[in-house]
Design a protein around this ligand. Sequence first.
Ligand code: FES
Length: 115
Amino acid sequence: MTYIYLTENTHKAWIQIVIEDTEWNILKEFPATENQSFAQMAEDHDFEMPVSCCSWACFVCACKVKEWLEHIDIAKLSVPLVDVDEDQVLACIGWVKPSAFSDGLFHKIVLQKLM
Ligand code: FES
């Protein structure tokens, strides 16, 4: 585990994304980046999230948000075409809200793959 210490003058946040499987085993951890979907971030860190349509319609990429739901925007570009529960996000279009990157705090967003 990597610890990052923020100074008082730093307003930039540190956001860690944790991907778990259906049995709650950690599959991958990586730092979040702005303006990218969770699937794009994972790919940049050599982890392949299951995606198919990448257009909000198939549910293959669905994840349950176990921690820090309030920092997630479920749809970066548009609303999902499939129904998702309040605590779920489609990794192909979900992303971290821009406001989460500027609060100067550490956040760990835990996503549990549903498939
Ligand atoms: S890949 Fe189909 S909804 Fe995300």
